[in-house]
Design a protein around this ligand. Structure first.
Ligand SMILES: [Fe+2]
Length: 383
């Protein structure tokens, strides 16, 4: 199909309508809402990446048409906001859960320091936090592990959910279908617990439900970069990263963004695989540590839309007297971040400006993880 020539908003809208009509794959039910806005909702590069991403599965040439339409539209300075629903290709790390011994300390950290929106108590007793319009992005539950207890991979659609379960079965990977109550506590319709290497607590779910009330940022101007990109990323400390990487590729279609063998936190050659499942550079980072450690979690990262949100969080971390494990620095994935110890011993990382990737991204091995900064201060031992 050839796109018609359009240099106006009306022409653009017509092109989108034609593109939708050309979409004869019923699997992809795309709903596009177009509106003129007075500002650019996302920058041009981000738009391009977002909307070319689904074509990686070879299912959505539609997205390529839209990408061309968006490019032309920006060139003609008509600002358009496009929302896709159930476009099918984006999987995301939708939520993260932690089992912690000190829920009160975590709640104070999450709300007062990090700036998450508290969302009450779930039916399973866990404490819920929001970062956007989704019902839940993080939760903490009381228990002895002081570790990550749920890595919630969320499908982009029910169809993708079903297809992935079939894929798990084909790969001889067991999974347990969780109850409606358990799914409800995660803020999803359907949920399975997957048997993953090293007992990694991977859950797989249908898309996150939207909350019934609007999201309000705890601190003005400190919004999170989430949406189709997911909650952020988690770094897992594993006996062998390659085992988990193969699992993620085979079962969930993850791809490598980078590998690394570089100095980090006093280790000469920290081996890490950075894995993506959407345009975020990595949703899971896998570090080989050669043995089974008491804690799987190395750190988890949440990303601000603006770098000022990183600095403002850093100020609150210092004011709260928390231990900064790595000072502010710029990673080789573009992100400006810092790391702080959680009450459970592992770290959280707050950042902004990380790269978004697309099909043109070339995988390469990193020889350093930071361009500057990230000065290491060994974590305090917790009693
Ligand atoms: Fe990180």
């Amino acid at each position: 199909m050839r796109l018609p020539c359009f240099g106006t908003y009306e022409g653009f809208t017509h092109a989108i309508q034609l593109a939708i009509r050309s979409l004869n794959d019923s699997y992809a039910r795309a709903v596009c809402a177009l509106e003129k806005t007075r500002r650019i909702v996302l920058d041009r590069r981000r738009f391009r990446v977002f909307h070319t991403e689904p074509k990686r599965n070879g299912e959505f040439t539609f997205a390529r048409l839209l990408a061309a339409a968006i490019k032309s539209t920006f060139d003609s300075l008509v600002f358009v906001h496009i929302s896709f629903i159930q476009l099918g290709g984006f999987m995301q790390l939708g939520y993260i859960g932690f089992e912690v011994t000190d829920v009160d300390a975590w709640t104070k950290l999450g709300t007062d320091v990090i700036g998450l929106m508290p969302a009450g108590e779930n039916s399973d007793g866990s404490s819920s936090f929001r970062m956007d319009d989704c019902q839940q992005r993080l939760f903490v539950r009381e228990g002895p592990a002081d570790d990550v207890c749920a890595l919630g991979l969320c499908a982009a659609s029910t169809q993708q959910y079903e297809a992935t379960l079939t894929r798990l079965t084909a790969n001889h990977v067991a999974f347990e279908t969780m109850s409606a109550a358990a799914a409800n506590a995660r803020g999803v319709e359907r949920l399975v617990r997957v048997s993953a290497p090293y007992d990694t607590p991977i859950e797989f779910a249908t898309p996150l439900r939207l909350a019934s009330t609007p999201y309000t940022s705890r601190y003005s101007g400190e919004d999170w970069l989430t949406g189709e990109l997911g909650v952020g990323h988690a770094l897992l400390r594993l006996p062998d990263k390659d085992v988990m990487a193969k699992f993620l590729v085979d079962c969930f279609g993850f791809r490598f963004s980078n590998t690394g063998n570089a100095p980090w936190n006093g280790h000469d050659g920290a081996q890490v695989a950075f894995m993506n499942c959407n345009a975020r550079h990595h949703s899971l980072a896998l570090a080989t540590v050669g043995e089974r450690l008491p804690q799987l979690a190395g750190h988890f990262m949440l990303e601000r839309k603006k770098v000022d949100g990183v600095g403002l969080t850093f100020d609150r971390v210092r004011k709260a007297g928390l231990h900064v494990t790595n000072g502010i620095g710029r990673h080789t994935d573009g992100s400006l971040t810092f790391y702080t110890q959680t009450p459970s011993g592992f770290d959280f990382e707050i950042g902004a400006e990380s790269f978004l990737i697309d099909d043109d991204w070339k995988v390469y091995e990193l020889s350093s993880y930071s361009l500057w900064g990230h000065e290491f201060q060994p974590a305090r031992l917790l009693s």
